[in-house]
Design a protein around this ligand. Structure first.
Ligand code: C2E
Ligand code: MG
Ligand code: MG
Ligand code: MG
Length: 285
C-alpha cells in the first residue's frame, strides 16, 4: 500500500520541479524568440529646449509588442536581455526602427536628434559603433543627429567605456549620461569620461523646488555641468512648476509628460511637425 503512495508523491515532486524549471526557462526562450521575430517597436518621447519650447528631438524607448498585441514596458525585459546578451540584437533593432520610422524626417530636418539608450554590453564591446556607422551611411542621416545615452551601469569596464565613448564622439555622436545622480560614484567616473550632456534623473525632478535637499543636489548637478561645459537634460518633468524652476536655473532641455508621453512614430512625427510650424526648426546643436 505504501509503495504506490510513495511513487505518487515522488512523481508529484518531480512534476513540480519540472514545472518550476520550465517556468524559469520560459522567459529567456520567449525573449530569444521575440528577438528572432523582431517583435520590438520604438516609441519616441519629445525632448524640448526649455527656453523656447522647441522640440529638438526625442528619446527612442523600446517596447516589446507580443504576438497578442500587448506592449511590454522595457523595465520588464531589458534586465533579462542584459543578463542573456540579447540586448545587443535589441539595440540593433532599435537603431533599425529609428531609421525606418524617422529616417526621412531626420533627413528633411537636420536639426532633429534622436537619442538611443545603450547597455553595458554595447558600451564595453563598442560593437554598436560599427553597426551604427554601417546602418546610417546609406540613409543621409548625419551621425550628429544620433545621440547616445549611457547609464553608470554601463561603465562596468570604465576603460573600455572611455575608449568607446570617445570613438562615438569622434564619429560625430553626442553622448549623454543617463539617470545622472542615482549612481554611487557619480563624481569619480565623471572625470575624463567623454560626454556632452547629463540627464538629471526623474527622482530629483519629482520633488525639485519642493524638497530642499533634492533642490540643492539638482542645483549642484546644474553647476557642475556648466563648469564642465555639458548640456543638461531634465527627465520626467510632469508639472509647469518643475519646468519653470529648471528653466530659470538654466537647464537646457526637458523631457516628460508635461510635454508629451512616449509617442508611436507617426504621432511623434506629427508632434515635431507642429513644433516646427509654430517655432521653426531648432537651432543646430
Ligand atoms: P530612461 O532611459 O531613463 O527613460 C526614461 C523613462 O522615463 C521612460 O520609461 C519614460 O517613459 C519615462 N518617463 C519620461 N517622462 C516621464 C514622466 O513625466 N513621468 C513618468 N512617470 N515617467 C516618465 P520607459 O520607456 O518605461 O523606459 C524605462 C527604461 O528602460 C529607460 O529609462 C531605459 O533605461 C530603458 N530602456 C528603454 N528603451 C531602451 C533601449 O532601447 N535600450 C536599452 N538598453 N534600454 C532601454
Ligand atoms: Mg534614457
Ligand atoms: Mg533617463
Ligand atoms: Mg531614468
Amino acid at each position: 500500500f505504501l509503495l504506490p503512495v510513495g511513487a505518487f508523491i515522488a512523481a508529484f515532486i518531480v512534476g513540480i520541479v519540472v514545472w518550476l524549471s520550465r517556468k524559469r526557462l520560459e522567459p529567456r526562450a520567449e525573449l530569444a524568440l521575440a528577438v528572432q521575430n523582431r517583435e520590438f517597436v520604438v516609441h519616441y518621447q519629445p525632448i524640448v529646449a526649455l527656453a523656447t519650447g522647441i522640440c529638438v528631438g526625442a528619446e527612442a524607448l523600446v517596447r516589446w509588442r507580443r504576438p497578442d498585441g500587448t506592449l511590454v514596458r522595457p523595465d520588464l525585459f531589458i534586465p533579462l536581455a542584459e543578463e542573456t546578451g540579447l540586448i545587443m540584437p535589441i539595440t540593433d533593432q532599435v537603431i533599425d526602427a529609428v531609421i525606418a520610422d524617422l529616417g526621412s524626417t531626420l533627413v528633411a530636418d537636420r536639426t532633429l536628434h534622436i537619442a538611443v539608450n545603450l547597455s553595458a554590453a554595447d558600451i564595453s564591446s563598442g560593437r554598436f559603433l560599427d553597426v551604427v556607422a554601417r546602418k546610417l551611411a546609406p540613409t543621409g542621416i548625419r551621425p550628429e543627429q544620433l545621440w547616445l545615452e549611457a547609464t553608470e551601469r554601463g561603465f562596468i569596464d570604465i576603460e573600455a567605456a572611455r575608449v568607446n565613448l570617445a570613438r562615438a564622439r569622434q564619429a560625430g555622436h553626442s553622448v549623454a549620461i543617463d539617470d545622472f545622480g542615482t549612481g554611487y560614484s557619480s563624481l569619480q567616473y565623471l572625470e575624463g569620461l567623454p560626454m556632452d550632456a547629463l540627464k538629471i534623473d526623474k527622482s530629483f525632478i519629482d520633488t525639485v523646488g519642493k524638497d530642499t535637499a533634492t533642490s540643492s543636489v539638482t542645483l549642484h548637478i546644474i553647476d557642475m555641468a556648466r563648469e564642465l561645459g555639458l548640456f543638461t537634460v531634465a527627465e520626467g518633468i510632469e508639472t509647469a512648476e518643475q519646468a519653470e524652476y529648471l528653466k530659470a536655473r538654466g537647464v537646457d532641455f526637458g523631457q516628460g509628460w508635461l510635454f508629451a508621453k512616449p509617442l508611436p512614430p507617426t504621432e511623434f512625427a506629427a508632434y515635431h511637425e507642429r513644433s516646427r510650424r509654430i517655432h521653426g526648426p531648432a537651432p543646430e546643436v
